[in-house]
Design a protein around this ligand. Structure first.
Ligand SMILES: Cc1cc2nc3c(=O)[nH]c(=O)nc-3n(C[C@H](O)[C@H](O)[C@H](O)COP(=O)(O)OP(=O)(O)OC[C@H]3O[C@@H](n4cnc5c(N)ncnc54)[C@H](O)[C@@H]3O)c2cc1C
Length: 804
């Protein structure tokens, strides 16, 4: 065993072996894998081996496509068969909503280069005669779906890695991890200690335990899962070719051929979290006792969908555990708060995702950043709000929803409320309908009297449509109040605060009392953040950005902080407040402060520390609604007092609360982008128009060279706004954009802009097509809708309201 290595991967399941292989593929050969027992000794050995590309996140789906296409390369390099069966797969729809969902997926696949198709019941029967299509509307067919041999595939990764220089140490449990002063780790194993520059936790069922060795709680939890293997079935083995996979989401089952019989597995409602207090170290190649009661109901449904099952004997029942994160996607990347400790765990579909996870981790570790946005599987998408009970509750919900439709407007109910601001009760009393982001309750909209406090999940306009319209009109015609809980907030202080900020942000830093907008870039010039920076004192700044990126941004900040001279704090839950927006916003603010807030004294993009009502506040003259408006920040303990003052003073100004749905509608009227929609690490400043906030005249900053290169060599796509001739459904994201019958781009987000009464889409098309009024088509739920490109915002194009 080596004593010093570059990377020690802990865990020899399919994920650990894929990482080892990919690190060697990227040229790192001083890498080892340490396995407690034999390879595949966790979840991997008893997996059903199915693979598919379907994932709500487009980059995850692309990485799943990468995984599936990799297997042939792997077989060629290793000489080891993966036991591939590329039989294709059908996901069937029994409700119009499910059909809508499959159509949106199909639409996304068009620009992702995935050759899926929508087929009807007759074609379903032709491809798989064992399916009873009664009640079936259609299906999505994916030729890439199939299954493999889990053990053969894991060994193929391992062999390929070994051939390229990696070493594997079996029957050698990691028992302790000790950080060293230089950031490397003492990896204490049963066979001795290895010093590793990087550690990767790919410990699958034991990922929680290997996290705790480094003092972190990873939001992962194992669940029990069962599938049955049947005896031979004539309808199966008499079919000329191997049958395709079938997923019947309504029946919560997946089915595939296994030899002359079938395998059928279930994601049942009566599911069981496994090993709640931790996974025993002596759990090995064990199966759990069968529990047919748990899947009895699902089995009944399956007998109707696949009648040949009813008379088939059961050869084997597999009940095994595997691990999930709260949203079902993997946990990958550098773990926030630790140095050189990486996660690659909670991979619930190792044979669809393992290759993509390995590729991403290797790219990120070797090249400094992944080649695409991988936030959907970044371990930093969760923060310290993920306690063990929170994780368990959300993982259970996710398991139950494995085959549920993911509606874009849906708010999941489990483990809520978790975090609330002091204003929570105030909103509740006004009939707020809440959503949650990063663990925090946020108002989506206010339900009118007599209507239920629940937004109907839908791909079409929901029951929130009319109340949201009312709220938008209140903002644009009088003044609205909204809690600014969608911001992550940070305070940066110290003698070197400005120098440091100017190095990690792309724009120049503001004068004292002023605000700037700035992208934060990666060395390769990709967007890592979209920040508002206010200079509050000579050595004091307030930063705001998207709230869901808190751990993600803190990880970046901490990785780039100097030894001394700068301190940064995440103050998101400590400093809260409201924004007031609309033509009467100034009048309202003036009524509650003795400071002069006239346009001359308090210009657009200024920040003041003044008293508002009874309390000290930081007031920034800026608002995401694009109207005249102010963000007012106070200590959490002062939030209720601030609300009382504003609400009392605003009574005869028609002050009205508004929620996130209205805010997102109002920003569309100004063509303002949103983080993780228009702005994310897939895109660059010049593509998104954020290059107007990049200063090449100031000091050197991270990403400058790349941004400069982009300036000299302009991008091939640019973000634009479209007015869409929509019916009862607006775009959400990822819809394809067509011009003259040709696929030319895709939508990043959109919706209905209530005040201007137009359906709006933001999206990317080639720069040569950008012309005011140019005609396009956007595919919404399978229908081609006419769309017109616009080059000016729909509301206040000159910014007179905002600045006036
Ligand atoms: C019944 C069932 C059916 C499934 N069907 C499918 C399917 O059809 N398709 C699909 O894609 N996925 C399926 N899965 C899920 C799949 O099994 C997992 O996604 C995959 O196995 C996860 O692999 P892993 O490498 O992350 O973890 P694991 O397989 O759990 O591997 C972790 C490894 O780490 C080792 N280890 C842990 N701690 C230490 C330590 N301290 N020191 C050294 N070594 C350590 C363990 O011994 C183990 O070998 C199924 C799972 C189950 C239970």
């Amino acid at each position: 065993m080596k004593s010093h290595v570059g990377v020690a991967v802990i865990g020899g399941g399919v994920v650990g072996c894929s990482i080892l292989y990919h690190l060697t593929k990227f040229g790192w050969t001083d890498v080892v894998l340490i396995e407690r027992s034999e390879l595949t000794s966790g979840s991997t050995w008893h997996a059903a081996g199915g693979f598919h590309t379907l994932n709500a996140d487009t980059n995850m789906a692309a990485l799943q496509g990468y995984t599936i296409r990799l297997y042939e390369e792997l077989e060629a390099i290793s000489g080891q068969s993966c036991g591939l069966h590329h039989v294709g797969g059908l996901t069937i729809a029994t409700t119009p909503e499910r059909m809508d969902y499959l159509k949106t997926e199909r639409a996304k696949h068009r620009y992702m280069g995935l050759e899926t198709e929508i087929i009807g019941p007759e074609e379903i029967r032709k491809r798989s005669p064992i399916v009873n299509t009664e009640g079936v509307i259609g299906a999505l067919y994916d030729p890439l779906d199939g299954h493999l041999d889990p053990s053969g595939t894991t060994h193929a990764y391992a062999k390929a890695a070994r051939l390229q220089g990696a070493e594997i140490y079996l029957r050698n449990r990691v028992i302790e991890l000790k950080p060293r002063a230089d950031g490397s780790w003492d990896v204490v194993t049963e066979q001795g200690t290895i010093v590793a520059e990087y550690v990767v936790n790919a410990a699958g069922l034991w990922a929680r335990e290997v996290g705790e060795m480094a003092g972190v709680v990873l939001p992962a939890h194992p669940m029990e899962h069962q599938y049955l293997v049947t005896d031979d079935i004539p309808q199966v083995y008499e079919h000329e070719t191997e049958l395709p996979h079938v997923i019947d989401p309504g029946g919560e089952n997946y089915l595939r051929q296994e030899g002359r019989g079938l395998v059928i597995g279930f994601y049942e409602q009566a599911c069981d979290p496994w090993a709640v207090d931790g996974t025993a170290w002596d759990f090995g190649r064990d199966l759990l006792p069968d529990n047919l009661d748990r899947i009895g109901e699902s089995l009944e449904v399956a007998y109707t969908r696949y009648p040949c099952l009813e008379t088939a004997g059961v050869k084997r029942i597999i009940n095994g555990p595997f691990t999930f994160a709260p949203d079902g996607n993997p946990l990958v990347g550098p773990v926030p708060g630790l140095k050189n400790y990486w996660a690659a765990c909670a991979v619930m579909a190792g044979f669809s995702q393992g290759g993509g996870v390995g590729l991403t981790l290797a790219e990120w570790m070797v090249e400094g950043e992944p080649s695409r946005d991988v936030f959907a599987m970044d371990v930093a998408r969760f923060g310290d709000f993920c306690t063990k009970p929170y994780t368990r509750t959300k993982v259970t919900e996710n398991y139950q929803r494995r085959f549920a439709i993911s509606y874009p407007n849906e708010e999941l109910p489990a483990a809520r409320p978790l975090h609330t601001t002091p204003a929570y009760g105030i909103w509740q009393a006004q009939r707020a309908v809440f959503g949650a982001g990063y663990g925090l309750e946020q108002v989506n909209y206010f339900a009118p009297d007599g209507e239920e406090l629940f937004e109907t999940p839908s791909f079409r306009r929901s029951n929130a449509f009319d109340p949201t319209g009312e709220e938008c009109r209140a903002v644009r015609t009088a003044v609205g109040i909204n809690e600014i809980h969608n911001f992550g907030k940070y305070e940066v202080t110290g003698t070197d605060a400005e120098t440091w900020l100017s190095r990690i942000m792309a724009n120049r830093m503001p004068q004292e009392g002023r605000i700037v907008l700035t992208p934060m870039l990666s060395p390769k010039g990709r967007l890592l953040g979209d920040f508002t920076v206010a200079k509050l004192g000579p050595e004091r700044f307030q930063l705001t950005a998207s709230s869901v990126a808190q751990a993600y941004h803190m990880r970046w900040f901490e990785a780039h902080l100097p030894e001394a001279g700068v301190a940064i704090r995440n103050i998101s839950l400590d400093r809260v407040g409201f924004q007031i927006a609309g033509p009467k916003a100034r009048e309202l603010l003036q009524r509650v402060t003795r400071s002069d807030v006239s346009n001359e004294a308090f210009r657009f993009l200024s920040a003041r520390q003044i008293e508002v009502g009874l309390v000290p506040a930081i007031v920034c003259r800026i608002t995401y609604t694009g109207d005249l408006g102010y963000e007012i920040y106070v200590a959490a303990r002062h939030q209720v007092a601030l609300y009382e003052a504003l609400s009392e003073a605003g009574r005869d100004l028609d002050l009205r609360p508004f929620g996130m749905r209205a805010m997102m509608s109002l920003r569309l009227e100004k063509s303002f982008g949103a983080w993780m929609r228009e702005f994310k690490p897939d895109y660059t400043p010049a593509e998104t128009g954020l290059d107007r906030f990049v200063s090449f005249k100031k000091n050197d900053f991270i990403g400058r060279d790349a941004a400069l290169a982009e300036k000299e060599n302009p991008p091939t796509r640019r973000l634009c706004t479209f007015v869409v001739d929509a019916a009862d459904a607006d775009v959400w994201a990822d819809e394809p954009i067509w011009k003259d019958g040709e696929l030319v781009g895709f939508v990043t987000s959109g919706g209905y802009a209530h005040y201007v009464e137009k359906s709006v889409a933001l999206g990317f098309v080639p720069p040569g097509m950008i012309e005011d009024g140019a005609a396009f088509e956007i595919e919404i739920l399978g229908d081609m809708r006419a769309a017109r490109l616009i080059t000016e915002p729909l509301f206040d194009p000159q910014g007179e309201r905002m600045r006036g």
